[in-house]
Design a protein around this ligand. Structure first.
Ligand code: SF4
Length: 359
């Protein structure tokens, strides 16, 4: 077993592949060593990505009414989640939505559609959207996330200008039947391979906090490493009312941070994204997580709202990080507090007043 986190980071930088036992030890590291763990993971992050943060922006092209039964998903058929439901956005609508994220600094737009997988006609629809988006914004990367792919569909998306394909493994193979019965873990692996073989950059990640054991979580991380995923979004379960996982709150901010550190140690050179649910699970530790991850989604998620995009960008700058693609205009140095802050609110409650104090 490793001597300490810094020594393990040295080993990983020298090419050591994190073992299952080491990953479990990191996941179960004591509270009082959390900062040491983050500091070691941060060295890996900085070695591969410096201080850059890749900003991604989600556009939900088609929302809800999915026939699959993924237990975590607010878009499954008959989920009583009250989410927005709509059919395909037009290319004009999709480009307009994407432009909000691009203006916010997104260098990758993720085009997502609910469903088991696209028909060839739907792949054609997405191709039209990608062509429209790339005509207006040729420098922006496009990731498609459309579900399970059939033969030839990844190639068609690549020909239309799609750069990457997202399909998350979500959890360990041993746990998969517990969260979904309408498709298998292997179906998901096959789709990532299809995308990879067609020359698309594979993006595949996790949803944590779905009652998985530590061993299952580590197995899922190592499966992503074996899969060769270029980017790894780590989602923290948002337990929507109306889904089978409603009311499942298993994560603490510290555990969420440790999970990110385990992924960083296992996949040191991969884009690691703190994704959906970060606000409610990492909570006030989000800025610390930026020392481990090098990527996030700006603003809202597919069916739930994230924190204000301006707060995301402020968090990046306050931590001394720079948005990828904006290095020339952004020195990573946050503005002094007084420069753009409002005047302090004068106290008008508590001692000396009739009102209750702020406590
Ligand atoms: S296939 Fe996708 S949209 Fe459908 S239920 Fe599963 S995660 Fe949700």
């Amino acid at each position: 077993m490793f001597k300490n986190y810094a020594a393990l980071a040295d080993d990983v930088l020298a090419g050591h592949a994190l073992t299952r036992d080491e990953a479990l030890a990191l996941l179960n590291s004591p509270e009082e060593e959390l900062l040491d763990l983050v500091a070691a993971a941060s060295r890996l992050r900085r070695h591969h990505f410096g201080t850059s943060v890749k900003v991604n922006y989600l556009v939900n092209l088609k929302s809800g009414l999915c026939p699959e039964d993924c237990g975590y998903c607010s878009q499954r058929l008959n989920a009583g989640t009250g989410i927005l439901r709509y059919s395909w956005l037009s290319p004009e609508q999709a480009v307009e939505q994407a432009e909000h994220g691009i203006r916010g600094g997104a260098s990758r737009v993720c085009l997502v559609a609910s469903g088991r997988g696209p028909s060839n006609r739907e792949v054609g629809k997405v191709a039209g959207i990608v062509e429209a988006l790339k005509t207006e914004h040729p420098g922006v990367e496009v990731c498609a996330c459309l579900g399970l792919l059939k033969d030839g569909q990844a190639e068609a998306l690549g020909a239309a200008g799609v750069d990457a394909y997202n399909h998350n493994l979500n959890t360990a193979e041993a746990n998969y039947e517990d969260i979904c019965t309408t498709h298998t873990f292997q179906d998901r692996v096959d789709t990532v391979h299809r995308a990879q073989e067609a020359g698309l950059s594979p993006c595949s990640g996790l949803i944590v906090g779905m009652t998985e054991t530590d061993e299952e979580l580590v197995d899922a991380v190592l499966a992503l490493r074996d899969l060769g995923s270029d980017s790894i979004p780590v989602n923290f379960l948002i337990p929507f009312d109306g889904t089978p996982l409603e009311g499942t709150w298993e994560l603490t901010p510290q555990r969420s941070l440790r999970i990110l550190a385990v992924v960083r140690f296992a996949c040191p050179g991969q884009e690691l994204r703190m994704a959906g649910g970060r606000e409610m699970h990492l909570r006030s530790l989000q800025p610390l997580a930026l020392h481990v991850v090098n990527s996030l989604f700006l603003g809202d998620y597919l069916t739930s709202e994230g924190q204000a995009a301006a707060a995301d960008l402020e968090m990046i700058r306050d931590g001394g990080f720079t948005v990828l693609g904006q290095e020339a205009t952004d020195d990573g140095d946050a503005a002094p507090a007084a420069a753009d802050a409002e005047q302090p609110a004068l106290r008008r409650r508590g001692a000396g007043t009739e009102l209750a104090p702020n406590a």
